[in-house]
Write a protein that binds this ligand. Structure first.
Ligand SMILES: NC(=O)c1ccc[n+]([C@@H]2O[C@H](COP(=O)([O-])OP(=O)(O)OC[C@H]3O[C@@H](n4cnc5c(N)ncnc54)[C@H](O)[C@@H]3O)[C@@H](O)[C@H]2O)c1
Length: 429
């Protein structure tokens, strides 16, 4: 089933009245009533951060794991609980004002698009979606319905990263021709797909966890929690997981859109999981802040990054385990993940006058934007393009060492087999 049909069926299942966003409004001075889908792992942290805003009332909690749901309910005892987000929307559609989606990646778009179709503002974890087509659909729906949206890249709002973007845009290292970015995390798996099945824990609804993804027997420790990141059907590997954070500042600073070519150096595809080591080289069209073209090279896996002269550090300095290096005509700027940048000119550290900036809370900014007091800084108009760029690299790891050409306006690769990976097949569940 294609995404559009999934949405139609799901709305019918939930008996949802689809309200245009202009009809939806909530009374001035009322609290923002939030619904949280996925409340374990990062969802627990999202719940704590959103609910720490004084104008939030946590109204609904949803999780397919009853242990995680019970822990969240303890903190918000007056919230209604659900294990199926479609039932939440059906029963609480009129009683919620905003939705937070903190599930594994394959459920981001199915849940968020339903919420948006009902006219609800959405805070959705990163990467925005699992498929390129979904990122485009989320952007389109947010625009059409004029919804407040925010992707969960909280460091986008931190001073270190906003200040770095400012420094690059003021030309501290001149026009940038290359960005090298890396993470030594390993959200890939090079082993064989597991055989057989394990009993599904009594606390987990496996069918709902799978959601729109293909039916598959349950195996302990392979999927839930967290390890789904390594697997094609649910996550986006290390590039999708960490790349969204680490690429975010270069992406903003250099005002990039989507790449024209992508080439991935990794092992052969195995049809089950993402590779444990990737080097992905992108070429972006130039912008006001770059040379004619911008080359962006991503490295991941425990050995990342590979040696390169543009990553050599001044004496006594070490490369961080995760971060990015901007390489410009006048020097280099190293941005650790997480921390303040360092300026390197002719392989010496130079003093940096860092801009004085106010603290911004990414979560509270979303709540305030819903309340009409400010604007979100990582709305889906931005997040969908960043996510698309990342996901094009994830697709490229199915075609090792082939340079793929991406046509932004046609929304197609020149390679037909790669186009088949831009959209998902949605299971009726
Ligand atoms: N912004 C960040 O710094 C950050 C950090 C970690 C994770 N994340 C993102 O958060 C999301 C979740 O990651 P995680 O590490 O918490 O994963 P996880 O597997 O540890 O937790 C996911 C939670 O969602 C629940 N869930 C799964 N499917 C569901 C469904 N269909 N409906 C309702 N609940 C469902 C699970 O039971 C669990 O409680 C991912 O998109 C990940 O990329 C972001």
């Amino acid at each position: 089933m294609k995404r559009r049909d999934f949405l139609k069926n799901a709305s019918a299942f939930a008996g949802i009245t689809l309200l245009p966003s202009s009809v939806w409004a909530f009374a001035k001075n009322a609290k923002l009533r939030t619904a949280h889908i996925g409340v374990g792992g990062m969802g627990a942290s999202d719940l704590a951060s959103i609910s720490s805003h004084g104008m939030v009332e946590v109204t609904a909690l949803c999780d397919v794991d009853s242990n995680n749901l019970a822990a969240a309910l303890k903190l918000h005892p007056s919230a209604k609980t659900f294990k199926d987000y479609r039932k939440l929307f059906e029963q609480m559609g009129k009683d919620i004002d905003a939705v937070i989606v903190s599930t594994p990646d394959h459920t981001h778009a199915p849940a968020a698009l339903m919420a948006m179709e009902m006219g609800k503002p959405v805070y959705c974890q990163k990467p925005l979606t699992h498929h390129v087509s979904e990122a485009r659909a989320m952007r389109k729906m947010a625009e059409e319905k004029k919804l407040v949206t925010q992707m969960g890249i909280q460091i986008h709002s931190w001073k270190e990263y906003r200040g770095t973007a400012q420094l690059i845009q003021t030309g501290i290292i001149g026009k940038v021709h290359t960005v090298r970015a890396w993470s030594n995390k390993n959200w890939g798996y090079d082993g064989a797909a597991p055989a057989g099945s394990d009993p599904v824990p009594s606390t987990l609804d496996w069918n709902l966890w799978l959601g729109t993804s293909p039916d598959r027997p349950y195996k302990d420790k392979i999927y839930h929690p967290g390890n789904w990141r390594k697997l094609l059907d649910y996550g986006c590997g290390t590039l999708g997981d960490m790349g969204v954070h680490i690429f975010d500042t270069p992406y903003t600073a250099l005002a990039l859109d989507v790449p024209e070519t992508i080439c991935c150096d990794c092992r052969k595809p195995n049809g089950f999981s993402h590779p444990e080591h990737n080097v992905v080289t992108y070429e972006f069209p130039g912008t006001d802040f770059t040379a004619k073209y911008l080359q962006w090279v991503w490295y991941d896996g425990t050995d990342a990054p590979k040696k390169h002269k543009e990553l050599e550090m001044p004496k006594g300095e070490k490369l961080p385990e995760q971060g990015s290096m901007f390489v410009g005509e006048k020097g280099r700027l190293l941005l650790p993940h997480i921390g303040y940048p360092k300026l390197i000119i002719e392989n010496k550290l130079e003093k940096l006058d860092f801009p004085v900036l106010e603290e911004v809370d990414h979560y509270h900014q979303f709540v305030d934007a819903c309340l009409g007091k400010t604007e979100a800084s990582a709305p889906f108009s931005y997040a969908s393009r960043l996510t698309e760029s990342i996901l094009l690299g994830v697709v490229a790891n199915r075609f090792p060492n082939e340079k793929l050409h991406w046509d932004n306006s046609a929304q197609q690769f020149s390679k037909e087999e790669a186009n088949l990976l831009l959209d998902g097949n949605y299971r009726d569940f």
